[in-house]
Design a binder for this molecule. Structure first.
Ligand SMILES: Nc1ncnc2c1ncn2[C@@H]1O[C@H](COP(=O)(O)OP(=O)(O)OP(=O)(O)O)[C@@H](O)[C@H]1O
Ligand SMILES: [Mg+2]
Length: 589
């Protein structure tokens, strides 16, 4: 069975646990059948020998019945202990492996997978396997063995009564087959998908509450969350309805054996006159048939849990399927910081349009290049290819002549700092937040970085200075202040290559001036690739790359590009106009 094989893979060094649990449970099932046989033997002895039965023999049978019953329970307990150990191991290994795969993903993976989905798959899907492994799998052996043993017993003891009690069992089993078939498996897939969808939508919903409030929308504007709940509800209730009739029929029929067995026994007694023998056997059948029926019931749940576990494993393993982990052929060290893009092309997964189309440029160590272009032209995408957020489709990117594929991830991260538009600050102290840039930095280095990033003034206003916890007790930083903390982090990291996505959102001139100053400190003497929105800040860079529709449309210094009278010149004119507009607006105010 494919699913069992996959589960076994997650057992790592303890492969014996699962087979051990199954074998012990099988033995316990067989042992558990013995008391029935001993009781039957006692009744037989009592009936057969009338008043001259052997008390010693009955005693022995009684003790044997007790011993086998207790033995069966103990064995089952040990089997369950083993299966629990196995289940916890599988759960932990599944989570760890999924997490390892997720960590090895290029950072772009996180753009396309919501945190709700990742959490659900890593965490909940792993625990779904628990019920199956810990409780239902040990019953697997019983589920297969019990009907076989009961069937043999039923037919050997009295084939006529045996056939009679088989009638309800065969009819109900046929019904089961119908219920458990393809429909069941298809449902399991749909069920898990809609649970995942609901999870996603719930996270999106919570994240979007501020937008709903700001735009004074009602909660119903979150149609997709609402719809996902309705879809889930409809699917589950239609499935329940589908089961309603067959399930009721199954329960009725499987428990109806007594109605068939009793008249049937009377008929046989009428024919053979063997009261004692038939009544003794009838007793055995009345004891064994419910066990038989129960084991079929168990197999139904087992099948359902198996379907669920198999779907959970598939989801966990497929989470990263569309992404190649960052391959590193050999871990070479970077000794020189020249950067070259050679005919680089890249399309986002699931799209045909190239976001970066045949882009080539090269920058010498210590140079500053700027990326400009209309919105959607590919600036952010080009910048994020350098720290390897995404794997390129064609071409090559080299640092100091070494292809990114040959540079270890740690080495790459050590050499590049990137500052993005939306800074992520953790709910920790300011000091810890800054130390993400360099864990081993001395207090002196930290103070220097904060000074260079123009942070001192606002930190001195905070109640506990550097120890202030962000996001706690109403301590929040303004956008510009957060941006400067991010710059302090980058200054502290002191990487030779810097990738910058310049912030545009902070129009307040004071803040803009401070950020500009901090940026200058950060980029001094470094190799810099920056995305510029304010063209005035890049007039003195070594080269400006103008992107349009993923391609390089123009490239050169500010003066060269103005002389070309192309896209850049147009952008520059627009920019000048917007500044004039701002200045004249300010002078009016
Ligand atoms: N995660 C993504 N998945 C699919 N397509 C994307 C993704 N991110 C960006 N794109 C597409 O790639 C193209 C380039 O986007 P990019 O963000 O690089 O533009 P940009 O030049 O940085 O724009 P802006 O100035 O607005 O920031 C756009 O067409 C965009 O729709
Ligand atoms: Mg962008």
């Amino acid at each position: 069975m494919g699913t069992l094989k996959k589960l076994q893979k997650y057992m790592e060094g303890r492969k014996i646990l699962l087979p051990g649990a199954i074998i012990l449970s099988a033995i316990s099932t067989l042992t558990g059948m013995l008391p029935f046989i001993f009781i039957w033997l006692i009744v037989k002895e009592l009936f057969a020998s009338q008043n001259e039965f052997s008390l010693g023999l009955v005693n022995t049978y009684a003790w044997a019945a007790l011993a086998t019953a207790v033995g069966g329970v103990i064995l089952y307990f040990v089997a369950l202990s083993l299966s629990h150990l196995a289940a916890f191991r599988v759960e932990v290994t599944m989570r760890r492996k999924a997490m390892e795969r997720v960590i090895s993903m290029p950072l772009g993976f996180f753009d396309n997978n919501t945190s709700g989905k990742i959490r659900k798959i890593i965490d909940e899907d792993a625990s779904i396997t628990h019920t199956f492994l810990a409780h239902q799998l040990p019953d697997l052996a019983g589920t297969i063995l019990m009907p076989l043993v009961s069937l043999t017993l039923i037919l050997v003891v009295d084939w006529q009564l045996g056939l009679a009690c088989l009638i309800p069992i065969v009819v109900s089993t046929a019904l089961m087959g119908f219920m458990m078939g393809k429909k069941g498996q298809h449902f399991m897939k749909q069920y898990m998908t809609s649970l995942e969808e609901m999870n996603n939508e719930a996270v999106e919903y919570v994240r979007g509450i501020p937008v709903v409030k700001v735009f004074q929308q009602t909660v119903f504007s979150f149609k997709s969350f609402y719809n996902s709940i309705i879809r889930y509800k409809e699917m589950v209730s239609s499935y329940t309805h589908m089961w309603e009739k067959p399930m009721s029929a199954y329960t009725e029929i499987i428990h109806s054996f007594a109605y068939i067995l009793i008249p049937f026994s009377i008929l046989i007694i009428g024919k053979t006159g063997d009261y004692a023998g038939i009544i003794t056997n009838l007793l055995l059948y009345l004891l064994v048939t419910p066990v038989f029926a129960q084991s079929i019931m168990k197999s139904m749940y087992l099948n359902q849990a198996l379907g669920q576990a198999s779907e959970a494993i598939n989801r966990s393993e497929n989470l990263t399927k569309d992404y190649k982990p960052l391959a590193t052929s050999n871990k070479r060290e970077i000794s020189n910081h020249d950067i070259t893009f050679e005919a680089v092309s890249f399309a986002y997964p699931g799209t045909d349009k190239k976001a970066v189309d045949n882009v080539s440029f090269s920058m010498k160590k210590g140079q500053k290049f700027a990326l400009v272009g209309p919105s959607g032209s590919g600036k952010t995408t080009v910048a994020r290819l350098l720290p390897r957020f995404r794997e390129i489709d064609k071409g090559s990117i080299k640092i100091g002549g070494i292809d990114l594929n040959e540079i270890g991830q740690d080495e790459l991260m050590k050499n590049i700092s990137f500052v993005f538009q939306n800074t992520k600050l953790f709910r920790r102290s300011l000091l810890e937040n800054i130390k993400y840039g360099n864990e081993n930095a001395s207090m002196q280095d930290i103070k220097k970085a904060l000074e260079l990033a123009q942070c001192n003034e606002f930190i001195s206003r905070l109640p506990n200075g550097l120890e202030t916890k962000i996001g706690v007790d109403g301590t929040y930083l303004s956008g510009g202040e957060q941006q400067r903390i991010a710059l302090a982090r980058a200054i502290l990291k002191d990487a030779p290559i810097i990738v910058l996505d310049e912030a545009t959102a902070f129009a307040d001139p004071e803040n803009e001036h401070l950020i500009h100053k901090a940026l200058q400190k950060l980029t001094e003497g470094k190799t810099v690739l920056m995305i510029a929105h304010r063209l005035s800040s890049i007039t003195d860079v070594d080269s400006i790359i103008v992107l349009n529709d993923g391609k390089i449309a123009e490239q050169g210094t500010h003066q060269q590009l103005l002389a070309q009278n192309g896209i850049y010149t147009k952008m520059w004119r627009e920019y000048q106009k917007s500044i004039k507009w701002t200045i004249s607006k300010e002078s009016v105010c």
